[in-house]
Design a protein around this ligand. Structure first.
Ligand code: ATP
Length: 348
């Protein structure tokens, strides 16, 4: 991440590590979470997200490394920092036979900084903020999972917060609950808080986050704005043709390194139902596309390297039947799969 100084970081970890027996659950992680961002902490199950969050919040002790939250060293400054941080980690425990409002009043009473006189108001506004006013007096056992999750977020909002840390807030929710919680997370950021949200869903992070970091097997493998993460992927050309052998020869002659796509299939080639897909990575300077994932036009007119339009011309001149041609940025999903070695659940 470029141009971000320590004062502008709400969370900063340096060489943060946690060992469980022989396993490094968190392995020398350097996280930099800019103030004001909605920061997606992405990684497959078991990659170390929850453990990192627990270390950040002082819920577990690091084996080595350091953490600063809101500019303060943790866990040394825990008692000054925690009142400014709202957290939802591993789902809060509610009393099922108490109403949502009564549960929040109990939790609020446990906060030594919250005055008893203003408790009802605080609970009322937190419930309102998460859209649960209508269910305030309903017993929590009658809440849907999405409502319980929103009640957990209301708990995190009982006091004004500079930072919200939400661990997999949509886990286990049905599509409706998922939508509710996602739109709530977006609106929390609009209110000015920095939001740090972990997820194993790439689509979720793409929908709600400005920044992301990717964990894989305890290590941080990439971080930055979503645009930066997308641009770091290599651009490639994609040719759809019923003449894959001839196309590969032409591309090789042009100095490219073509491969037959894994998704090559008959039936994808065009009106007569035949064809294959050939991919070839573009030279580095063709990577780094525009926001919509397409390489910028200006890159194509550079000297010395064959531009994509010249590739098409060479293919056609060699008699290759070109049924489709694209210069494309590798998708965020392709990049994450390449980084983590695992597929992401991209549904929802
Ligand atoms: N208290 C513990 N004792 C031993 N091993 C642990 C402990 N907590 C976590 N681990 C291990 O550390 C690794 C990282 O777990 P962690 O829960 O941080 O991952 P995660 O990315 O949050 O995954 P999930 O999304 O499944 O919660 C896992 O292999 C897990 O089994």
């Amino acid at each position: 991440m470029t141009g971000v100084g320590p004062a502008e970081l709400s969370i900063e970890t340096t060489g943060l590590s946690k060992r469980f027996g022989h396993q490094m659950a968190v392995n020398s992680v350097d996280l930099a979470v800019p103030t004001g961002s909605v920061f997606g902490f992405l990684g497959p199950n078991g990659s170390g997200k929850t453990t990192t969050i627990r270390l950040m919040l002082g819920l577990a002790a690091a084996t080595s490394g350091s953490v600063r939250v809101l500019g303060e060293e943790m866990p040394r400054r825990l008692h000054d920092v925690l009142p400014r941080v709202g957290a939802l980690v591993e789902g809060p425990a509610f009393y099922p036979y108490l109403s949502g409002a009564a549960n929040l009043r109990r939790l609020d009473a446990a906060d030594p900084l919250g005055s008893a006189r203003t408790r009802r108001d605080r609970v009322h506004s937190a419930l309102e903020r998460v859209g649960l006013t209508h269910a305030a007096d309903k017993k929590v056992r009658a809440y849907s999972l999405g409502m319980k999750q929103r009640l957990g977020i209301a708990n995190a909002l009982l006091a004004p917060r500079d930072l919200l840390v939400l661990d997999e807030p949509t886990n286990g929710l049905d599509p409706q609950g998922t939508r509710e919680v996602r739109s709530l997370v977006r609106s929390l950021a609009a209110d000015g808080a920095t939001v740090f949200v972990s997820s194993h869903l790439l689509a979720e992070v793409e929908q709600i986050c400005t920044h992301a970091a990717i964990m894989s097997a305890g290590k941080l493998v990439a971080q930055g704005t979503l645009t930066e993460l997308r641009q770091a992927g290599q651009a490639r050309i994609r040719v759809l043709t019923p003449d894959p052998g001839a196309a590969a020869q032409v591309l090789t002659r042009l100095g490219l390194n073509p491969t037959r796509g894994a998704d090559a299939s008959s039936g994808a080639g065009g009106p007569d139902g035949t064809g294959a897909v050939i991919f070839a990575p573009l030279p580095a300077r063709f990577s780094g596309g525009s926001d919509d994932g397409r390489p910028a036009d200006s890159d194509f007119s550079a000297d010395g390297v064959v531009a994509p339009e010249e590739m098409v011309a060479a293919l056609v001149a060699a008699g290759v039947r070109v049924r489709g041609f694209a210069a494309e940025q590798v998708s965020l999903e392709d990049r994450f799969v390449a980084l983590t070695g695992e597929g992401f659940d991209v549904v929802q």
